[in-house]
Design a protein around this ligand. Sequence first.
Ligand SMILES: Cc1cc2nc3c(=O)[nH]c(=O)nc-3n(C[C@H](O)[C@H](O)[C@H](O)COP(=O)(O)OP(=O)(O)OC[C@H]3O[C@@H](n4cnc5c(N)ncnc54)[C@H](O)[C@@H]3O)c2cc1C
Length: 362
Amino acid sequence: MNYDYIVVGHGLAGAILGYTLRKQGQRVLVIDEPKQNSASRVAAGLVNPVAGKRFAKSWLVDTLLPFADAFYDELEAHFQQPLFFHKPIYKVFSTIEEQNNWMAKSAGDSWSEYIGATYTQSTGMETVQDQYGGILIKQGGYLLVSHTLDLLTQELLEAGLLLPERFDVAQLQLTEQGVSYKGITAGHLVFCEGWQAVHNPYFQWLPLQPTKGEVLEVHTENFNPECIYNKAVYVVPVGEGRFKIGATYNWRQADEEPTPEGEAELTERFEQITTQPYQVKNHWAGIRPAVRDRRPLIGRHPAHAQLSVFNGMGSKGVLMAPFLADMFAKALAGKAEVLPDVQISRYYSLYYDYLKHHNQES
Ligand SMILES: Cc1cc2nc3c(=O)[nH]c(=O)nc-3n(C[C@H](O)[C@H](O)[C@H](O)COP(=O)(O)OP(=O)(O)OC[C@H]3O[C@@H](n4cnc5c(N)ncnc54)[C@H](O)[C@@H]3O)c2cc1C
């Protein structure tokens, strides 16, 4: 069996890259060990064009957002069902200082396309604690990530293009034509393993910083599901009175287990948004493939041109993956360049250090 590409990993990164490569006419085989608590499976799927407490426009958002919108529209048409839900995000100010910061910041910036309204006092919504007001962010929304992955997985399985098993890197052979693996050949192999790339002997020199996150699903009546809320946590309406509350960030724990501390942190923060009664229905944990400089990791191996990596989506895979997959698929075909900000060549010096260290040990 011969393919143009083998893609290892079918989380959000591998699924979107695989779909994009197929759309460009490539023959693609995906190898993925199914994992119910992968980062992609537990993610709330949120897209927010305005990042964090510093009120900065999210990196490259003017390019990434229209591309992501068009990509998910196309996926919805392909599967004939809604997958991405456009919702405004009500970013509630926690303190008067936060309100002041925003007022100072917004005066000099080109925000208008992302900001629907600024409230300097409570909106008067009975269920929301917003005494200092907040801003209404436009062009936000969320993707049903797990369901989208189910659809893409099913399609690949039916076409015989997915091996649902762990990729055993010890069985990979590098050849003049590309790669060979258990009798399967391909011109190129792309690793999309998420945080597990830290175990990959070809790419473990990359500065991935696996970052654990926990998410709750709660049920509450009388909470307006027409927008996403953000005040220390995100509250994402997912239908039928259910909301996803997330997420925690933990660099020190490398496991994927939900913890009582994670639940306490999330419920405490949720209670800063609303006084409504609620019940916790679900609790998940997963590990994000975050990167030291908070930019993805994309590109060919410095010594083995038939291997590359598409990873490091951190906490923004839904927003970033569609544009970056398109860019990378074109780059692999020699029709585009990978943006320097995300190109792994920025870390090649780590590879040479790693080689030196490795050779000294052996
Ligand atoms: C709690 C939490 C909340 C989040 N919320 C959001 C959000 O609201 N919005 C957003 O955009 N992002 C969010 N993220 C981040 C988002 O989940 C990631 O950016 C994205 O899902 C990463 O996708 P990935 O495909 O790189 O990795 P993963 O999702 O980890 O997928 C990797 C896949 O590769 C497989 N794999 C790995 N190694 C091998 C191997 N050797 N052989 C076979 N298969 C292998 C794994 O089993 C898995 O299926 C969140 C993450 C967490 C943890």
